[in-house]
Design a protein around this ligand. Structure first.
Ligand code: OXD
Ligand code: MN
Length: 592
């Protein structure tokens, strides 16, 4: 057993490497106290009480929303800050044109300056966490050191956090070092740095989820994507869901959509009344780690244990499971409140806001009552459709990978790639309208390959090469599909009802995986025949379905040109096979 220096107050058995790192950080940041998180219920309750005392959390109405609290973040700190997020590899090209880059030495020096004595008078929390089931060979661990009790409470909901994770770190011998301080919450002194080569994260100056809960985007995507490439697996921005048909067979789907494009809704979908006997099982709503199994299939786990979901728009119609799940034991961030202390947001359909997300008396002139990127943080087990397989050490076999984006035109409701390698082109060519999940303009189409633009911790060219290599290793690869729930008519109205009705599209996807499901071969891939998607009871006219499935060659020729220029930006590192797939798609469109 390692002996901890007295002042560290470490639990017995804490691994030497951990003690050394914590001691180094403490010497540099100079906290008043150190607290090692054990992940217990009593610790969570104490954290919540402490935050109520300091005003960091506001108690919501405990009659209607037991265990629910509101956190109001600094108004300058409400989303991920991609322009302040860096991947610091020794060679600039290893981070690639898709990442902001600073040389590791320079990044370390800059961060050392910010972190110096930044925890004076504060408590430093040591948060051991495990991404994935504690007994899974696919799980990976980390330790977040933070001075934010909000981060500690959120990590407790979002990960397997505490003593059991520390024990596993002792067995694994390695862990991701994730250092965080809210600092002064000054946007001028805010950076999120990743050092994939040494499995380190340093985040300063933000308390917002994606910037501060370092197990999530920073570890489970940016660092893990790097680890995954070197170890032969994949870390993806994908929801993970089981779709059970009336015969009781379950297919697992992993779907990559950009932020705030409905991953949480799809992961918790409630089958429409017209599809009795179907059931959706939620495994994850944001991240999937995918491993080739000995049977030649792809197996998936969700590394997270909770949801950090977008609140506005959630109601009993759009997402009944989420709506019910967040009525208790939930931390809300930046929602509005009613006069009786209930959380309120746009799209709630009942109640009226008395105070907006900044705590001001609500006045529509100030904009929405809840921030458009307001969030709920909640343990996954509270979801009525939670799949017991989410805790399976070996994960679940994936039948289909589904890409998707928010496109008002162009992309049909659904199509299937010709094969795995063509599917890599479909993913690499993804684009979507931007949302409030990141700072910057909203509604602008930007390229977002595999929905990973903000999250791949290395050069996209190498990432696509890794995708292509993974396909080679799978004797029974999943089918690859693309969906677009957001196509609109000339008047700007959505053509497809979305939400629960999306199950009809998943049904076609599953049929295709089973070698059934009618499709026509088009230059972009296999598109359902007009009657292949069961639309009974939906009241869609034939013209609408034809428009939803339309593939217009001139528009696609232009899209393929744009994809070509985008891919060319990766220069000589772009895999030859992706170039070949692109050329073949261009040739098919030229002949169409
Ligand atoms: C998220 C995001 O918070 O993608 O999941 O921004
Ligand atoms: Mn996400």
């Amino acid at each position: 057993m390692d002996k901890a220096p007295e002042f560290l107050d470490a639990p017995p058995g804490a691994p030497r490497k951990v003690l050394q790192w914590v001691a180094d950080v403490a010497a540099h940041t100079r906290p008043a106290h150190i607290h090692w998180c054990d992940g217990s219920d009593s610790e969570y309750r104490t954290m919540i009480q402490g935050m109520q005392g300091s005003g960091l959390l506001i108690e919501l109405n405990q009659q209607t929303h037991p265990g629910c609290y509101l956190h109001r973040s600094n108004p300058s700190d409400v989303a991920r800050v991609e322009h302040l997020t860096f991947v610091c590899t020794e060679q600039r090209d290893d981070a690639g044109p898709n990442n902001h880059w600073i040389a590791p030495d320079e990044a370390r020096a800059r961060m050392a300056g910010l972190f110096a004595e930044c925890m004076r008078g504060r408590t430093m929390y040591v948060v051991p966490y495990c991404m994935g089931p504690l007994d899974s060979p696919y799980a990976r661990c980390g330790i977040e050191i933070t001075d934010s009790p909000y981060v500690v409470a959120s990590m407790r909901l979002m990960t397997r956090m505490g003593a059991a994770a520390l024990e596993r770190i002792g067995r694994d011998g390695s862990f991701v070092r994730a250092l965080h301080s809210t600092g002064e919450l000054d946007p001028e002194r805010r950076f999120i740095m990743h050092f994939p080569e040494t499995l380190e994260i340093q985040s300063y100056g933000s308390g917002y989820g994606g910037n501060a809960l370092l197990g999530k985007k920073c570890h489970a995507l940016r660092i893990a994507s790097w680890q995954a490439r070197s170890e032969g697996w994949m870390a993806e921005h994908m929801l993970l869901v089981g779709v059970e048909n009336p015969a009781g067979q379950t297919h697992y789907l992993a779907c990559a959509f950009p932020s705030a494009c409905g991953k949480t809704n799809l992961a918790m979908l409630l089958p429409p009344a017209t599809m009795p006997g179907w059931k959706i099982w939620t495994l994850g709503d944001d991240i999937a780690w995918l491993h080739p199994g000995p049977d030649g299939r792809l197996w998936a786990i969700n590394p997270e244990a909770g949801y950090f979901g977008v609140v506005p728009g959630t109601n009993a119609q759009t997402n009944r499971h989420a709506f019910e799940m967040i009525r208790h034991d939930t931390i809300f961030t930046n929602v509005a409140v009613t006069a009786t202390g209930e959380p309120w947001w746009e799209g709630l359909e009942t109640g009226v806001p008395a105070f907006d997300w900044q705590g001001r008396p609500y006045d529509p002139k100030n904009g929405p009552a809840a921030h458009p990127n307001s969030r709920f943080t909640v343990a996954a087990r509270q979801n009525a459709s939670y799949s017991p397989m989410a805790d399976a050490a070996g994960g679940v076999p994936v039948s289909a990978l589904v890409f998707g984006g928010r496109r008002r035109a162009l992309a049909p409701l659904v199509y299937q790639s010709r094969d795995w390698n063509h599917g890599v082109l479909v993913g690499a060519g993804m684009a979507s309208e931007t949302t409030a999940a990141a700072t910057g303009a909203i509604g602008v189409v930007r390229r977002d390959p595999m929905a990973m633009q903000p999250f791949t911790g290395y050069n996209f060219a190498d990432y696509w090469a890794h995708w292509l290599a993974m396909g080679q290793r799978l004797a029974r690869p999943p089918g690859i599909f693309h969906v677009n729930w957001f196509r609109r008519d000339a008047a700007g109205r959505f053509l497809w009802p979305g939400f629960g009705e999306n199950l009809r599209v998943l049904d076609w996807i599953i049929q295709r995986c089973e070698g059934r499901g009618a499709a026509v071969d088009t230059p972009i891939g296999h598109v359902p025949t007009p009657d292949a998607i069961d639309c009974a009871g939906l009241g869609l006219d034939a013209g609408t379905m034809a428009e939803l499935l339309a593939v217009r060659a001139p528009d696609w020729r232009q899209e393929m040109d744009e994809i070509g220029s985008y891919l060319a930006g990766y220069g000589a590192r772009l895999p030859e096979e992706l170039r070949r797939q692109h050329a073949a798609a261009v040739a098919r469109l030229a002949g169409a």
